[in-house]
Design a protein around this ligand. Structure first.
Ligand code: GDP
Ligand code: IMO
Ligand code: MG
Length: 423
């Protein structure tokens, strides 16, 4: 049995949570493979909006088990808060949510280090969500990290203390003006670790292997987006994990040849939250309308998202790096009423026209070259079938499919679970 993947193709917030929730009815297991509480995945159904950060987006379905994979970094404090929010829904967390022993823990001092590092960068800051993601992955690759499995061991608090002390010295090094009360943060952390310890820990690579042998259907849920990938994104304005398809193999222990469908999800336009280059960014009424109608505010930080036209150069790159087999286009409803739509199909780069993503896409090097498309005026939010979609939208879809050479199988026309059109 193959493991299918669902990945964001832009700078995150494409609507992964919504679509994982929609697809969960077809799967037995939903598994997160990277990132941590920097993610904010929104689901809406029965008039309620849910935002998940670490817990996979299949958690509301009785038929599915949710796995937090080894590639994920977990902040026990945020995790506990997520569990508290779920309490009213009577979910049997012990059997429906399984956590890899090999997942790394975000410590309070990782969050402080993130803040100190960002503060010391001034204008060049990454625009991190300040959840401690970078410092935690640094300790993972530096072989100093503390893993979920460690909290089952007796002496882990000694290792914790040594690491936290080292972090405090590092925070001093930054000379950043951040105020904190570590005693208080640690009390909250150890309280949350107690809650975490009540959950079910597994050797997730073995669990997923056995599940595949038993013919279970598995969907791997990505976080962030391809352009935030530590290797292939707009470095250094990226996150600290591999958000692209290969990350699912290392983040779950699934062999590359077991990967089946790769669902690539993108917005009908582009957004980005945090710093870094964004060639098609808009500073006019079109961008303002996208942000307002699309309610483009970060699900984790509440920051306004920067908005711009669809960038096919970047999207093609993401399709290529991930080996996308099916596309899903989100938020087309937000563009209803636009008199025109622009799509970047090439860049003017150092005087030449190019159609691939170059090493450096800083604004001084890159100017997008646009193709203009017709907009549509119809409200899409009540539509449920592909044959209801307006002609101009069908033209937009056909154009993108032609350029990307991958079919668009889902068109999402609103945040609710039901506002999903299959083609
Ligand atoms: P994720 O991080 O990829 O899961 O995406 P987020 O949840 O951060 O951001 C997507 C936002 O768009 C959420 O507020 C969703 O409720 C909303 N959303 C998802 N799909 C659609 C859609 O088709 N139309 C509209 N208008 N909103 C959508
Ligand atoms: P989901 O899963 C959008 C961005 C941050 C910042 C950069 C580095 O909801 O799509 P980090 O906290 O990882 O050190 O931040 O990455 N970022 C996201 N942007 N969606 C996300 O997740 C993001 N996770 C991180 O804004 O620019
Ligand atoms: Mg999000």
């Amino acid at each position: 049995m193959a493991v299918d993947l669902l990945l964001g193709l832009q700078w995150g917030d494409e609507g992964k949570g919504k679509i994982v929730d929609v697809l969960t009815q077809n799967y037995d297991i939903i598994a997160r493979f990277q990132g941590g509480p920097n993610a904010g995945h929104t689901l809406e159904f029965d008039g309620i909006k849910h935002v998940l950060h670490t817990i996979p987006s299949g958690i509301f379905h009785e038929n599915a088990v949710n796995v937090v994979g080894n590639g994920v970094v977990i902040d026990p404090v945020i995790f506990k808060r997520e569990l508290d929010n779920l309490q009213q829904f009577n979910i049997d967390i012990k059997s429906r949510l399984l956590i890899s022993r090999k997942a790394h823990l975000i410590l309070p001092t990782h969050r402080l280090l993130d803040a100190a590092s960002e503060a010391s960068k001034g204008k060049a800051k990454i625009g991190s969500t300040l959840k401690g993601i970078g410092p935690t992955y640094m300790d993972k690759t530096g072989r100093n990290g503390i893993r979920v499995g460690d909290i089952e061991m007796k002496d882990w608090k000694k290792r914790y203390r040594a690491l936290a002390d080292k972090h405090e010295a590092m925070i001093d090094y930054y000379k950043a003006e951040i105020e904190y009360d570590l005693k208080e943060l640690e009390a909250e952390f150890f309280e949350a670790v107690k809650v975490l310890k009540e959950l079910t820990f597994i050797d997730s690579e073995e669990y997923l292997f056995q599940a595949q042998q038993a013919g279970k259907k598995i969907l791997a849920e990505g976080a962030q987006g391809s352009l935030l990938d530590i290797d292939f994104g707009t470095y250094p304005y990226v996150t600290s994990s591999n958000t692209t398809a290969a990350g699912a193999c290392t983040g779950l222990g699934v062999a590359p040849r077991q990967i089946g469908e790769v669902f690539g999800i993108f917005k009908a336009y582009t957004t980005r939250v945090g710093s870094g280059p964004f060639p098609t960014e808009l500073f006019d009424d079109y961008g303002e309308t996208m942000g307002r109608v699309g309610r483009e505010f970060g699900a984790t930080t509440g920051r306004p998202r920067r908005c711009g036209w669809l960038d096919l150069v970047a999207l093609k790159y993401a399709v290529q790096v991930n080996g996308v087999t099916q596309l899903m286009m989100m938020k087309g409803d937000v563009l209803s009423g636009f008199d025109k739509l622009m799509v970047a199909t090439a860049y003017k780069y150092k005087g030449e026209t190019i159609t691939h993503l170059p090493y450096n896409i800083e604004p001084e090097n890159v100017e997008p070259i646009y193709t203009e498309m017709k907009g549509w005026s119809q409200d899409l939010t009540g539509m449920t079938k592909a044959d209801e979609l307006p002609e101009a939208l069908n033209d937009y879809i056909a154009y993108l499919e032609g350029e990307l050479n991958v079919p668009i199988k889902i068109v999402s026309v609103g945040p609710d679970r039901t506002q999903t059109i299959h083609r």
